[in-house]
Design a protein around this ligand. Structure first.
Ligand code: 4AD
Ligand code: MG
Length: 463
């Protein structure tokens, strides 16, 4: 008989049903007359309890093999459970040990392990309650994201991972090359001869799919990307990864206000969907990781985000009674401590900050009439700081070319991007949501390394 998922059984299973489950032993308790074994198949926070009577064929030998971590297939009848916390348990008629587990060396013991330790066993850590819940919530977030855009007629477009442009102009690029690093071809003047490299010019892992998303938005109006992006920024923080996933909607015939409205509705949708689809996992985070997680989610869903300009943000920060490590001055970028002060202390909810100084933002953002600020928007979240970064794009060719030159970006290489401003240009806007940051925000997990299955950070790419 085909196996049922344990989530299904624990949510809707009725006494008297015969079922087969397949999963891994989480705990085993041997008593005199019978033994308890809890099995988990990843579908649910809770385990299904299997009660094995001492009369079960080959009892003693079987129990030896049923060590924690072993893979099992169990068929039996569901019976009403005497124990608390579950409505049914399984009375087995057949138990197959599909793959044994070496109990002596298996690193996941019953005690609580630190997240630091679990990162050293990246191939096993998803079997713990917390990481299991994280990856189920991560999946629910991804599904909510696609649902949100698909319901609104956005086209999911696939932008390249290998790019020859630095979209953000921040120089945080990983090179992509097929050169033998021990023997890199050089020109007569001693510089690297990229004409001999795979693409005939320098190429990189993309930092953002935005420029290509703009191309697609000028055909399909509303599009989004959802994929990995890469940044070689050497910041060892709890919010930065070298490889992270980003969601980037891009909308033609849209201005900054439309962009903010969409971003706010989008975050509300993600939170509402995950609360609905993963109530057990979310309750677990609230209980074990951060007891404000559920209240925060309700706050996001039910209250409007604060909207202030950068200039107003600076005024608020100057009035703050607390002191900051980094100075507050108009023209300087907001640091994470400033962002957190605004969202966490002052407004106690997400804050959308708009109209940043032109000098600290990327070349493609639309210049405001004051000539000093651009139509940018960042969404700042309590505890995390920036979670979304976006803008209305510069659609005027002359202004764009001036900005590219001022940013010392290669005007020539962006010929196709500039062409978009020649052939049917329109006001358009979009943003990027850091996918891991939203999973962190949702779950209360303190370190971004623990919300992606296989984190890539400086000096760390194991597994
Ligand atoms: O603000 P960023 O750099 O914006 C862009 O890349 C734009 N091209 C997006 C757009 O308008 N289409 O990055 C967007 C978001 C940030 O707000 C942050 O949440 C996340 O991506 N992010 C990171 N997440 C994890 N690790 C990193 N190193 C990140 N860098 C940015
Ligand atoms: Mg940003």
């Amino acid at each position: 008989m085909t196996a049922q998922r344990i989530a299904q059984i624990l949510r809707a299973g009725q006494p008297g049903e015969t079922v087969t489950i397949q999963g891994w032993v989480r705990t085993k308790r041997e008593l005199k007359k019978f033994s308890f074994m809890e099995v988990n198949d990843g579908s649910f926070m809770a385990n299904l309890q299997v009660v094995i009577d001492q009369d079960f064929p080959d009892y003693a030998n079987l129990l030896k093999q049923l060590s924690v971590g072993a893979a099992v297939s169990v068929t039996g009848e569901l019976v009403a459970s005497q124990g608390k916390g579950q409505s049914v348990e399984l009375q087995p008629s057949q138990i197959e040990v599909v793959g044994g587990c070496d109990a002596e060396t298996y690193p996941l013991q019953k005690k609580r392990h630190s997240f630091e330790f679990l990162r050293t066993i990246g191939h096993l850590r998803s079997r713990t309650n917390t990481l299991g819940a994280v990856f189920r919530v991560r999946n629910a977030c991804a599904r909510a994201i696609h649902e949100f855009f698909q319901e609104r007629g956005f086209l999911w477009v696939h932008t390249p991972l290998i790019s020859t442009n630095d979209c953000e102009g921040a120089g945080e690029l990983f090179s992509v090359s097929s050169f033998d690093l021990a023997n890199v071809p050089k020109t007569d003047t001693g510089v690297v001869d990229y004409s001999q490299d795979f693409f005939g010019k320098p190429a990189y892992l993309t930092v953002s799919g935005q420029l290509q998303a703009e191309v697609m938005a000028l055909t399909f109006r509303d599009v989004y990307t959802f994929g990995p992006t890469f940044r070689a920024e050497n910041s060892n923080t709890s919010r930065h990864l070298a490889e992270f996933w980003m969601v980037e909607p891009e909308m033609a015939f849209c201005d900054l206000v439309g962009n903010m409205d969409l971003a706010e509705a989008f975050l509300k949708h993600i939170f509402a969907t995950v609360l609905e689809q993963c109530p057990e996992d979310m309750a677990f985070f609230n209980q074990r990781i951060d007891d404000t997680v559920l209240a925060t989610a309700e706050n996001i869903i039910n209250n409007g985000f604060e909207r202030i300009t950068y200039t107003e943000a600076i005024a608020h920060l100057e009035k703050a009674t607390q002191s900051f490590e980094y100075p507050v001055a108009w023209g300087q970028d907001l640091q994470s401590e400033h962002e957190r002060y605004l969202a966490e202390q002052l407004f106690k909810k997400p804050v959308i900050v708009t109209d940043y100084p032109v000098g600290i933002k990327a070349f493609y953002m639309r210049l405001n009439d004051d000539g000093k600020t651009v139509a940018a928007m960042d969404i700042l979240a309590p505890k995390l700081g920036e979670i979304v970064g976006g803008s209305q794009r510069e659609e005027r060719l002359d202004v764009l070319e001036r900005r590219i030159t001022e940013a010392e970006m290669p005007l020539e290489e962006l010929w196709w991007y500039r062409d978009l401003r020649r052939y049917g240009t329109v006001p358009h806007a979009g943003f990027g949501l850091g996918f891991e940051r939203v999973v962190q925000f949702m779950t209360g997990m303190g370190n971004i390394r623990d919300v992606i299955p296989f984190p890539r950070t400086p000096l760390s790419a194991e597994f």
